[in-house]
Design a protein around this ligand. Structure first.
Ligand SMILES: NC(=O)c1ccc[n+]([C@@H]2O[C@H](COP(=O)([O-])OP(=O)(O)OC[C@H]3O[C@@H](n4cnc5c(N)ncnc54)[C@H](OP(=O)(O)O)[C@@H]3O)[C@@H](O)[C@H]2O)c1
Length: 316
């Protein structure tokens, strides 16, 4: 199966090199500067391993005809340009599997490529790209969940499962992948709302008077949206949120908050903006999520200064 991975960043770099090491026919679509960096391979390291994997990296102009499977592993703000770039790689038999966080991008892909060509999916991993361009896995476990948008275990997803099942992460072929996507989105929206709004870790929020009540209110609010959308969080998903967000002393912050704090581009509109938009459509009141979104928007208006930095120099 010819597979094209769009983006050799944190997630694309990690999952793609697992596939290459297992002998799969994988090419990367990258920008020119990344192609230069990857000329001598992609270094990937994490708990218990450190290796440099030779990879085939192509720029958009070098794309060599249709692929059987395209994995989209870009940030939300890059999606439109990525869809333009993959045009030569998409043929009548191509399946596209987006692995971004969030959910609304599925509609963009369905409109553009036709719903039959598009699967749903998420990855569970904690990876980052180092300043030298290596990919670092920060926590030991990794997983990929995917499936047909309408559910069902078709021949094509069974074949893709076989192709994606390689050492280094766990792959799950989901009968109802939208449930997994919704659960992850609700969880991320909750964590981002808590830490962006309070500008601190879960542990520091819980240590403040009223912090626990705030955390529980955010979980409740974000879960109400998923419920209204027809994807009620399972008991296990709810328990996982409670465990993560009520752990005293936890240093957890959301990756969205860390991006904002570092002055990086962030997926705030994709993850919180779209969440609030869906809540509005469904008539669910989400005052805390809305407030977190508002704070991000004000931050963005002011340029990419870290949250809380003064807008003018303060004397004295
Ligand atoms: N990092 C994690 O641990 C993690 C875990 C779970 C889910 N996710 C989700 O996975 C998605 C991807 O995140 P990420 O962390 O992998 O992002 P990332 O590290 O920023 O990697 C994205 C890569 O895509 C490249 N790219 C963008 N547009 C492209 C194009 N048209 N052609 C070729 N390359 C292109 C970027 O290259 P340039 O820099 O050249 O633009 C970048 O190298 C996000 O939705 C994120 O929320 C991430």
């Amino acid at each position: 199966m010819r597979t094209l991975i769009v983006g050799a960043g944190a997630t694309g770099g990690f999952f793609g090199t697992r596939l290459v090491r297992a002998g799969r026919d994988v090419s990367y679509l990258v920008h020119a500067h990344r192609a230069d960096q990857l000329r001598h391979g992609l270094r990937v390291y994490g708990p218990g391993y450190d290796e440099t994997v030779p990879v085939r990296a192509l720029t958009a102009r070098e794309l060599d005809g249709p692929y059987d499977l395209i994995l989209l592993m870009v940030k939300a703000w890059s999606l439109d340009a990525a869809l333009e770039d993959i045009t030569p790689a998409v043929g009548p038999g191509t399946t596209v599997l987006p692995l971004l966080n969030g959910l609304v991008h599925l509609q963009t892909l369905n409109d553009r490529l036709g719903r039959d060509a598009v699967l749903g999916g998420i990855v569970r991993v904690v990876c980052t790209v180092t300043p030298e361009g290596s990919v670092r896995q920060l926590k030991p476990k990794a997983g990929l969940v995917f499936g047909e948008q309408d559910g069902g275990l078709t021949e094509r997803v069974s074949a893709i499962r076989q192709e994606l099942a390689v050492p280094g992460y766990h792959v799950t072929l989901a009968d109802d992948v939208l449930v997994a996507m919704w659960h992850k989105w609700a969880f991320i929206a909750a964590g981002a709302t808590m830490t962006c709004l309070m500008r601190g870790s879960i542990g520091s929020i819980l240590a403040a008077p009223g912090g626990r009540e705030f955390v529980l209110d955010v979980i409740d609010e974000t879960e109400r949206v998923a419920r209204a959308a027809g994807y009620p969080p399972s008991a296990a998903a709810h328990a996982a949120s409670l465990e993560m967000f009520t752990e005293e002393g936890s240093v957890f912050t959301s990756s969205l908050y860390r991006d904002v704090l570092a002055g990086h581009a962030h997926e705030g509109e994709h993850l919180l903006g779209q969440y609030v938009a869906v809540a509005d459509r469904l008539g669910v009141d989400v005052p805390l999520t809305r407030l977190a979104l508002m704070q991000l928007r004000v931050h963005d208006q002011n340029g990419s200064r870290p949250v809380g930095a003064p807008t003018v120099a303060v004397e004295g």
